[in-house]
Design a protein around this ligand. Structure first.
Ligand code: SF4
Ligand code: SF4
Length: 496
C-alpha cells in the first residue's frame, strides 16, 4: 500500500485569497434555461478536432453524435439537446484571441429529447478495454481543465501497469468551487466512477485528495468511500497550486515525475472528480458528456452560483442568468484567476474546459502599476517548478528567448504564483506566456522552413535525375544514329 505523507513535499506555491465562501455554500443550480442556440466547437479537447457527421438542416436528438474523434488523441462531440443543425462554420473560440474555430450551431427545439442510451446492470462484468472504449465514445475529457481524452489515459494506465489512481479534488484556484459542490452533492456517483476507472485500468488502489478547506466535501466523500477498501480519501493542505498533477503526485506518493515523462510511467495516473462523475454517467447510463457544472463568480456578479450548463451556451446568457453588471466588469476570465484566460467579450461559448466564468471588478485585479525589480527573490521561493522567474523575465525583456529556454521556460506551468507574489507588480507570467507562444511559433517556423528545404532538395534531386536521364537518352540516341549510319555505310560499301 501507499506510504502516504512519508515524504510530503510541496514546492513553492502561495496562499491566495480564496473567494469561495458564497458559492461553496449554495446548492448546484440545475434549472438553467435551455438556450435557443448552442455553439458547439469541434475542438474542446487536447488533440485533433472532431469531424462532423451531421448536415445542416438535420434534426438531432440529445446525446446524438455530432462529430467523431479523429486519430489517437481526440474526442467526439455530442448534441447537448435536441433540435436542428443550423450551421457548421467558423465562430469565435473561447480563447483570449477569440479567433474563429469550426463550430456546430444547434437550434434547440425545447423538448430536450434524448436518443436511446445503453444502460448496464453490472459494468464490472465488462472487460477493462470495453470501459475505456465506452468512456472514449462518450467524449469524456479531463474536466479539471486539462481536457486530455480520458480513454487515452485509462489505456495508458493499463498498458503501464499503473498501481495508483489519484483523484484530484483539490480545486486550488480561487473562486472555483464546482468540484466542491459536486463532491458534496454527488459523492456516491463520483466514488462509483472511481471504481469504474480502477476497473478500466486494472488498478487496485485509488486516493481521493481533497484540500482541507472543503470539510463538507471531504466528509461526504469519506462516507461514500467507506465500503470500498481500495479507495482512500485524504485531506491535503490548502495551498495553490496543489492541483498541479506533479505537485499532487509528489505530495501524495513522495514520487517525482521525471521531466519529459508521463506520470503513468512511474505508476501513477491522475483524474479529476468531475471526470469520475462523467465516467459514472457514461458507463452506468450510456450518457455522453453534454454539460458541466460551472462556477460563476466575481465582484460584478449579483447572483454568484454553481450552475449546470449545456456545452455551447454563450457566456452572455450565463451572465444574464447570474445578473452580471456589465458596467462593473473589469475583466472576464474563463477558469480561475491564476491560470484562467481573459476573454475579450461574452459572445463565446462554454466548453468542456469551462470550470468557471468570472466577472471581476476593478478592485479584484492586481495593480498594473509596475515598479522596478527589488531582487527580493520572492518569485523564486514560490515557483512550484523550481525556476528563477526574475532571470527568465529579464532575458525575455531583451528578447533573449534561447537564454530563457535554458533557464527552464518550457517547465513553466503558467501558474501565476510569481506574478501574484511580486511586490513590484511585474506581470511575470505574462512574459512567460508570451515567450512560450513565441518559442512555439519559432519552432513551427523553423520546422516549416526545414520541411520546405527538404522538399526543395528532393525536387532538385528529382530534376537532376530527370536531366541526367535525358542526357543519357540523348547520348544513346546519338550512338544509335551513328551505329545506323555506320551499318548503312557498310551495306552501301558491300553493294559497290
Ligand atoms: S518577486 Fe518581483 S521584485 Fe522580487 S525578485 Fe521577483 S521580480 Fe523582482
Ligand atoms: S508562472 Fe512559471 S515561473 Fe512563475 S511561478 Fe509559475 S511555474 Fe514558476
Amino acid at each position: 500500500m501507499l506510504n502516504f505523507f512519508k515524504k510530503p513535499g510541496f514546492r513553492g506555491g502561495v496562499h491566495a485569497e480564496e473567494h469561495k465562501t458564497v458559492t461553496a455554500a449554495l446548492p448546484i443550480v440545475s434549472d438553467f434555461p435551455l438556450p435557443k442556440k448552442l455553439y458547439i466547437p469541434l475542438q474542446q479537447h487536447v488533440g485533433k478536432p472532431a469531424e462532423p457527421v451531421i448536415k445542416v438542416g438535420e434534426k438531432v436528438l440529445k446525446g446524438q453524435l455530432l462529430a467523431y474523434s479523429q486519430g489517437l488523441i481526440s474526442a467526439p462531440v455530442h448534441a447537448p439537446s435536441s433540435g436542428v443543425i443550423l450551421d457548421v462554420n467558423d465562430y469565435p473560440a473561447p480563447h483570449p484571441s477569440a479567433l474563429p474555430i469550426r463550430t456546430i450551431v444547434l437550434e434547440t427545439d425545447g423538448k430536450d429529447e434524448w436518443i436511446a442510451t445503453q444502460t448496464v446492470d453490472d459494468p464490472f462484468l465488462l472487460d477493462p478495454e470495453e470501459i475505456s472504449f465506452r468512456v472514449g465514445a462518450a467524449g469524456i475529457v479531463g474536466l479539471g481543465g486539462a481536457t486530455f481524452p480520458t480513454a487515452v489515459k485509462l489505456n495508458m494506465g493499463r498498458e503501464n501497469h499503473v498501481d495508483t489512481l489519484i483523484i484530484n479534488g483539490s480545486e486550488c484556484e480561487p473562486y472555483l468551487c464546482c468540484d466542491d459542490r459536486l463532491m458534496q452533492e454527488h459523492a456516491e456517483k463520483i466514488i462509483d466512477g472511481v471504481r469504474l476507472m480502477l476497473h478500466g485500468m486494472r488498478t487496485e488502489q485509488a486516493v481521493v485528495a481533497i484540500e482541507d478547506n472543503k470539510p463538507l466535501a471531504f466528509a461526504a466523500m469519506q462516507a461514500a468511500a467507506e465500503a470500498h477498501a481500495s479507495i482512500k480519501v485524504i485531506q491535503i493542505p490548502t495551498r495553490y497550486p496543489m492541483g498541479w498533477d506533479r505537485q499532487l503526485i509528489r505530495y501524495v506518493t513522495g514520487k517525482e515525475v521525471p521531466v519529459g515523462c508521463r506520470s503513468s510511467e512511474i505508476g501513477v495516473t491522475i483524474h479529476n472528480v468531475g471526470t469520475a462523475y462523467a465516467v459514472h454517467k457514461a458507463i452506468r447510463y450510456g450518457q455522453p458528456l453534454l454539460s458541466r457544472i460551472v462556477t460563476v463568480a466575481g465582484g460584478a456578479v449579483k447572483r454568484p452560483m454553481n450552475v449546470e450548463v449545456p456545452f455551447g451556451t454563450l457566456i452572455s446568457e450565463l451572465f444574464s442568468f447570474c445578473e452580471v453588471n456589465a458596467d462593473e466588469t473589469a475583466r472576464i476570465v474563463m477558469g480561475g484567476p491564476m491560470m484562467g484566460d481573459s476573454l475579450p467579450h461574452t459572445g463565446l461559448p462554454t466548453v468542456k474546459a469551462t470550470s468557471g466564468i468570472l466577472a471581476l471588478a476593478q478592485s479584484e485585479l492586481k495593480s498594473s502599476d509596475e515598479q522596478p525589480c527589488i531582487r527580493c527573490a520572492s518569485c523564486v521561493s514560490v515557483c512550484p517548478a523550481g525556476l528563477r522567474p526574475l532571470d527568465m523575465a529579464n532575458n525575455i525583456r531583451i528578447n533573449q528567448l534561447d537564454a530563457a529556454v535554458d533557464l527552464g521556460l518550457k517547465d513553466c506551468i503558467s501558474c501565476g504564483c510569481c506574478s501574484y507574489i511580486c511586490p513590484s507588480n511585474i506581470p511575470l507570467v505574462q512574459f512567460f506566456k508570451y515567450a512560450s507562444g513565441e518559442v512555439v511559433a519559432r519552432q513551427q517556423a523553423q520546422h516549416k522552413s526545414e520541411q520546405t528545404k527538404r522538399l526543395m532538395d528532393a525536387r532538385n534531386a528529382r530534376m537532376e535525375r530527370i536531366a541526367q536521364q535525358q542526357r543519357e537518352d540523348e547520348l544513346a540516341r546519338i550512338a544509335a544514329k551513328a551505329e545506323r549510319e555506320r551499318l548503312k555505310a557498310e551495306q552501301q560499301g558491300a553493294l559497290v
